[in-house]
Design a protein around this ligand. Sequence first.
Ligand SMILES: *Cc1c(COP(=O)(O)O)cnc(C)c1O
Length: 386
Amino acid sequence: MSNVYRRLGIRPIINANTTLTRLGGSLMPPPVLDAMRQAARAYVDVFELEAAVSRRIAVLTRNESALVTSGAAAGLFLAALGAQTGPDPGAISARQRLGPGAAARREFVVQTAQRNPYDLALTLAGARLVQVGNVWLTESSEVESAIGPRTAALVFFAGAHLASGALSFAEFAEIGRGAGVPVIVDAAAQLPPRENLWRYTQAGAIAAVFSGGKGLRGPGPSGLILGESTFVEACRLHAFPRQRLGRPMKLGKEEIAGLLAAVEWYLERDEAAEVNRCEDVVGGWVRALHGLPGVSACRDFPGEAGRPLPRVIVSLHAGGTLTGASLRDALLASETPVDVAIAGDRSIYLNPELLQPGEEETVVVSVQRVLRELAPIGVPEETAKT
Ligand SMILES: *Cc1c(COP(=O)(O)O)cnc(C)c1O
């Protein structure tokens, strides 16, 4: 199965972390792989394919319109261009040449508390980010007074992990509506729950951007802009396969077909059963790890990126030499490499979401072995002092 990696001397990794690009995103389920394989067997008019897939995805996701992109970051890039120009060919042309009027609306209002590495995709599209509030607090009035004639859009980054200190989506969207300024939502990692595919756009966002290679389990280089027709059409006019600014963010016919199959697969999937599976694994991990010398383990909720999935937080007692980072490194260097997230100085997260059948056992055995090998790992703080 992993011959392609083993031939290169590269060991496959068990992903108990999350859908990380550096680990290859996610693993595509069989219907997605089948669709890609079928798409690879014939030439096709890519404009026609992209349009047909987008129409179908729009219907499936209860949105007016959709655009397939080469990732959520590419979606942010195209959304930032669409917000600057609208669907007007003259404005698009001016934007490309940086001609007169190209910079008329280039300001994008973002909350300081939500700044993150992906907002660079907006900057790449020539956006000037206007930051409001601070990392602790954002006032509605600050957003209101940041809006002016040069404002192209307000950008909201969704997820409980980006919510602290920021206005909620409802509050932010209300300000946009009041000022007549479109609101774009980066919801790249906000699946599950599947309702998010229509929640933001039904609640007033002009568009929401999703990653195809995260929760949707589509091809790594795929993503979606979902939203109002006029806006999505404006984004499309900048996008591949047109020879415009979005041309470097290219997709293959295989990814386009694969993303549709992923959306279909995702919408049919039993989310409650998936949560139950994760709860079972989490329960088993906690029982197996809690109380090992120097270790406590408990269920953590919500999970990665604030999504409604459980995970385990494994904490090392104080006084030991082992840190969360050294435990993570040891797991990655072990016989069956397991990638996990660090959760502060002395803890790691174990996430069951992306495991293949049977891997939950491998993960817990690896963690137990690494903990045994690296022991002794301290004692509870109170004991250490006496
Ligand atoms: C992952 C992520 C992106 C980028 O998604 P890609 O599909 O990998 O381009 C953008 N924004 C946020 C908040 C993300 O978590």
